[in-house]
Design a protein. Structure first.
Length: 465
């Protein structure tokens, strides 16, 4: 049978990386089985769902290359299906109207809590044959004893005691269908065969299977994925990490890196670390997903992004970097050797925003020095700056090799350890102590600019004294 999976986000917040992982595993599982991947927007919570969040979710998935095989559906537009299903359950004798008031339910809960029992609806209206009133809810007659067993592709056999499950509400008193009913009816109507979702939904599954049974639907395949955890081992949230996909794109993490990182959250294949979407479609096995929570490690993402950035052709890298340079207002075109500068700096940071920021001193005037660096190395370095400047001005040819040679000679001439010679020059040129090798750094500027910056540093020092 063709496998059909779906990602069913509730548009109550921006696309979260945990959600992207769920979508990714659904997508990969469908594609590797030559099946279909669908998207369903679960927007029945009218108060918390917004069109902006829906757009953010659909765009994020499409940016990352996870496209559905059919137009996404919205639950808010399918209420007729849910009503028909509710009627069918009622007609088959598997549901009943219950008009217990809020006070009655509160009292029931208090008594159960006082007796040390799990609070749940006790089924008191189940056999009363009540008619619908303005206050009635429709409840499912859930089997009261026995076990509900299902096989989970990740967790193996999962068993729930029916006595732990109460008669869940299918229709609220205002007639609106509940989440569980919509979810089950949609999976059936969309032809879904396999539900891949977060472990937080595990306890919903027996309830949903009871609804499926009441409707006579075929059973589904399930895979409940381990939760994505922050570094503090708590569930990943805005409080302990950057969670929105767009925020990662805004920092210059590549789509392919996000896919790679997310695939590794809860799944691995030997020592292999670098995966692209196509690799996942051939290598990923849902049965190999671990049960334990998966910790999202931002430094691992940096490492992965470094690899993915390094694998880009220069042109591709530059095209992706340009929006970041533009956003910083850097006029890179005014430098004839901009390609050389970008190539020298392309691995300076693990994301494009960091690389673009590191390029500021190369594509704009230097306006200040890093305080710590200046205090440590620049103060008192007049002799070094002047000596090296003289050496550089005596060069016949301006290039990395000849500059390196001049620096070596200066070091011998002044008999200084490398940092004492190099760091003042580096700070004079870039404002900080971080740059590629000094010969290369200097060669990225012309002699005129080097003189200008060394003079500016000397001028700065003259005010410090
Ligand atoms: N709408 C649910 C959520 O956003 C997903 C339900 C499901 O996958 O069955 O968590």
């Amino acid at each position: 049978m063709t496998k059909v999976t779906r990602f069913a986000p509730s548009p109550t917040g921006p696309l979260h990386i945990g959600g992207v992982r769920t979508a990714l595993f659904n997508y990969v599982y469908a594609k590797q089985n030559k099946g279909k991947f669908l998207i369903r927007v679960e927007d029945t919570d009218a108060e918390r769902s917004t069109e902006e969040f829906e757009e953010n979710i659909l765009k994020g998935l499409s940016d990352i290359g996870i496209n559905p095989d059919e137009t996404p559906v919205r639950q808010s537009e399918r209420s007729e299906l849910y009503m028909l299903a509710a009627e069918k359950i009622l007609d088959s004798g598997n549901a009943y109207w219950c008009d217990c008031s809020k006070e009655t339910l509160d009292e029931m809960r208090k008594e159960q809590e006082a007796a040390g029992k799990k609070p749940m609806y006790d089924g008191r209206s189940r056999n009363l044959g009540l008619e619908r009133t303005n206050n009635s809810v429709l409840r499912l007659k859930t089997p009261q004893d026995g076990e509900l067993v299902f096989h989970d592709l990740v967790r193996g056999e999962v068993i729930f005691q029916n006595s732990e499950l109460d008669d869940l509400i299918l229709l609220r008193s205002d007639g609106s269908p509940t989440y569980h009913l919509c979810n089950v009816v949609d999976d059936f109507n969309q032809g879904v065969t396999t539900v891949v979702r977060g472990e937080d939904h595990l306890s919903n599954t027996p309830r949903q299977i009871h609804i499926q049974n009441a409707l006579g639907y075929d059973s589904l395949e399930y895979a409940h994925l381990p939760m994505v955890l922050g570094q503090d081992k708590k569930r990943l949230s805005k409080r302990n990490a950057v969670t929105s996909l767009q925020d990662f794109f805004d920092q210059g993490y590549l789509e392919s890196s996000m896919i790679n990182m997310l695939a590794r959250l809860g799944w691995s294949k030997g020592d292999k670390e670098i995966f692209y979407l196509d690799d996942l479609i051939s290598d990923f096995r849902i049965q190999e997903v671990q049960k334990a929570g998966a910790i999202f490690d931002p430094s691992k993402l940096d490492w992965i992004n470094n690899h993915h950035l390094a694998a880009l052709s220069f042109d591709d890298f530059k095209n992706r970097l340009i929006p970041f340079l533009d956003a910083l207002g850097l006029d890179y075109m005014q430098k004839k050797n901009n390609n050389e500068i970008i190539a020298a700096m392309r691995s300076s940071k693990p994301n494009l925003l960091g690389v673009a920021q590191d390029l500021i001193p190369y594509f704009s005037e230097l306006s200040s020095y890093d305080d710590k660096a200046a205090n440590k190395f620049l103060i008192g370095s007049e002799v070094v700056l002047e000596y090296v400047q003289r050496k550089l001005n005596g060069l016949e040819e301006w290039g990395e090799d000849s500059i390196d040679k001049a620096l070596k000679e200066a070091q011998t001439g002044l008999s200084l350890p490398t940092p004492k010679l190099n760091q003042p020059i580096r700070i004079a040129m870039t404002g900080s102590t971080q740059s590629p090798s000094l010969g290369l750094t200097l060669s990225l500027f012309n002699l005129e600019e080097v003189n200008k910056r060394i003079n500016a540093a000397l001028e700065y020092l003259s005010h410090k004294n």
